[in-house]
Design a protein around this ligand. Structure first.
Ligand SMILES: *Cc1c(COP(=O)(O)O)cnc(C)c1O
Length: 418
């Protein structure tokens, strides 16, 4: 796969280089110079990993052999993405069966395994440095757990993440260090940013990011769109609960590869920068507002530049409609899905459900359910008549392993140079 920077089409690179760089040197995002058409059938008897192998080989086969891709996929995924039908013409694609119970497991685990694969070939080692406000850190820490050649350092704000998130972040893992920072998320992010700019640290370690703009997180998110089609065997509309729009961008890539997704519903909470853009043609980033679907509280979606790139010469309205869903509508959707279908949908999936209700398209609608409802137990229990049960993978069990640190870059620097 060759990729170019959205800010300079002459700057091109390979997949291997792009995943270690993250952002292009000019600050742009990497986007494939061309996308293959998927050939061959996607049949209902193929497993998730079979389907992933077909899609991954089409995209990355020039850099990683099919055998190695299969090994990467089998190490990344020992869980499924079941398509649960609510009624005729309406299904939920459950993306929460991974170890941290959110769809970010799909992207983070594939990225971890591909990075490990490339490092092993070159006998190199790197440090992944991330700041987290909660969910991403857990998914990344877990995904890189035990991957050779990679150390992970996660900074999180003390007392500002949920008990469940903290447990996922601080579980004992041989190559992961959780730093509990006496500050807020913005402080953690600033410290990480300073570390990337520091020459002394660069002498001690090669630092890399693992954030959601990395192309290695986007590619594997196409797999479950192909998988949904293999189960449905008919064209469908995808309703995608969106924050940074990685999930939706991956769907657009799958469509560009020939998958018959007839339309995308960009479902946001009241952070409506993208629906406003579709309506007015003007992109105006906003400060984020807090909601009950908090993983989508984003006022300046980081993948916007990629979407803009894809629609430079094509009317975006043909493929995407946007809806902003209020807090009341979200809660109402959680209640309605439970009453009508005896199904617990989490607040993020509920935003996508509510948006799908507003959309007039007639093809089968697939709602992407991005988190297990138990991750938002307090919200769920305040809306539904029955308490939400906590699944085994989310039960509190591990001891907390975290290193306390002041909100002070010098301390982080000393740690990274030691
Ligand atoms: C990250 C996240 C989203 C938003 O996904 P994007 O790819 O950033 O649009 C939606 N739901 C949940 C539960 C998430 O964790």
């Amino acid at each position: 796969m060759h990729l170019y920077s959205t800010r300079n089409h002459d700057h091109q690179t390979t997949f291997e280089e792009a995943i270690f760089e993250g952002l292009a040197p000019d600050g742009g995002l990497y986007y494939p110079t061309s996308l293959p058409q998927l050939s061959g059938e996607l049949t209902p008897d193929m497993s998730f990993n079979d389907i992933a192998e077909v899609a991954a080989s089409a995209l990355l086969g020039d850099e990683i052999s099919e055998n190695d891709l299969r090994t990467i996929i089998d190490r990344a995924y020992n869980f499924d993405a079941p398509l649960h039908q609510l009624e005729n013409g309406l299904s939920v694609l459950e993306l929460f069966h991974g170890p941290t119970a959110a769809f970010k497991d799909f992207g983070a685990r594939f990225m971890a395994q591909t990075m490990g694969y490339f490092l092993e070939k070159k006998n190199r080692a790197i440090t992944i440095l991330v700041a987290t406000s909660g969910d991403t850190g857990g998914a990344v820490a877990d995904a890189f757990n035990g991957v050779a050649g990679i150390n992970v350092v996660v900074l999180y704000p003390k007392g500002k993440v949920s008990a469940l998130q903290e447990q996922q972040l601080t579980a004992k893992r041989p190559n992961v260090t959780a730093l509990e920072i006496d500050g807020v998320f913005d402080d953690c992010q600033k410290m990480v940013k300073d570390a990337f700019g520091d020459k002394d640290i660069a002498q001690h370690r090669t630092l890399t990011t693992a954030n959601s703009i990395n192309i290695a997180r986007l590619i594997p998110q196409t797999f479950y769109y192909f998988y949904a089609y293999s189960r449905l065997q008919e064209p469908f509309i995808a309703s995608v609960p969106s924050g940074n729009f990685g999930n939706l961008t991956a769907g657009l890539i799958a469509k560009s590869m020939g998958l018959p997704i007839t339309h995308f519903i960009a479902a946001t909470n009241k952070n409506d920068t993208f629906p406003k853009y579709l309506e007015t043609g003007t992109y105006t980033p906003q400060p984020s507002q807090q909601t009950i679907s908090n993983a989508m509280d984003i006022g300046n979606p980081s993948n916007f530049e990629r979407i803009q790139e894809m629609y430079a010469e094509k009317d975006i309205h043909e493929d995407i409609s946007g809806y902003s869903i209020s807090e009341e509508e979200t809660a109402q959707a959680v209640a309605e899905v439970f009453e009508k279908y005896q199904y617990s949908i989490d607040p993020h999936g509920a935003v996508a459900y509510a948006a799908a209700q507003k959309h007039s398209g007639t093809e089968h609608k697939v709602i992407l359910e991005t988190a297990h409802p138990a991750k938002f137990k307090e919200v769920m229990d305040s809306i539904l008549p029955e308490p939400t049960e906590i699944p085994a993978q989310l039960q509190q069990s591990d001891e907390k392993h975290a290193t306390p640190m002041k909100n002070d870059f010098a301390e982080l620097k000393a740690f990274l140079c030691s």
